[in-house]
Design a protein around this ligand. Structure first.
Ligand code: HEM
Length: 180
């Protein structure tokens, strides 16, 4: 995963629980990178999972909640790095299409080693959109959180759920976004 994700994860943890807690996590995690993250480098996905695992253990929250909260927080950070043109979308559904068709495509062009999820759109009405989240990293809860952050940004009320989820024994992850 790109260093930017790790840099932002560190900022998120520091904001919530302070610098000392982040230092404590890095010390205990004893990571191959040593936890000295730079935005443009790439690090093993496992390092993120190790850090999340330690947060879960020390703060007594579920991995799902930790990933969701990080996603919700990180949206504004991703948005500020988004390629020109990404700031024109004012609606959650439009934005989600734009992520698949344009934003992540541009991110990949600029960072060929970026590992991005694929969204296969399944159904859409005025109030409800479903898509299949596909990624070997299985970060569907992180994805749900990012969508919540996106909705805060557009000022829309949405409910995000997963009628199907690989973590619940299903064959795939289907994310449903309802405007309420
Ligand atoms: C605001 C504009 C956005 C930008 C600039 C952006 C950029 C990125 C970048 C740089 C990564 C890390 C790639 C890597 O580590 O190799 C990433 C990962 C990811 N993005 Fe986006 N993103 C944006 C919006 C979104 C939105 C709205 C969603 C949710 C629907 C989303 C879902 C994800 C997920 C779930 C990952 C984790 C990787 C995975 O699941 O395999 N992104 N994105």
């Amino acid at each position: 995963m790109k260093g930017i994700v790790f840099v932002k994860f560190g900022e998120f943890i520091e904001e919530l629980w302070g610098d000392e807690f982040w230092d404590e996590l890095l010390e205990e995690a004893d990571l191959p990178s040593g936890g000295i993250y730079t935005a443009v480098a790439t690090y093993d996905d496992e390092e993120l999972f190790t850090l999340i695992g330690l947060v879960v253990e020390k703060k007594n929250i579920s991995s799902k909640d930790a990933q969701f909260a990080f996603g919700q927080w990180v949206f504004k950070e991703l948005y500020s790095l988004a390629p020109g043109g990404a700031h024109d979308f004012k609606d959650v559904f439009e934005f989600l299409h734009a992520v698949q068709n344009f934003i992540h495509v541009e991110v990949k062009k600029l960072n060929p080693d970026a590992l991005l999820p694929e969204f296969e759109f399944l159904s859409e009405t005025a109030n409800e959109l479903t898509f299949n989240y596909q990624s070997p990293r299985k970060l569907c809860f992180f994805c749900e959180g990012i969508i919540r952050g996106l909705a805060e940004h557009t000022g829309q009320e949405v409910v995000v759920s997963q009628p199907e989820c690989e973590h619940e024994g299903d064959q795939r992850c289907v994310i449903k976004v309802e405007k309420v």
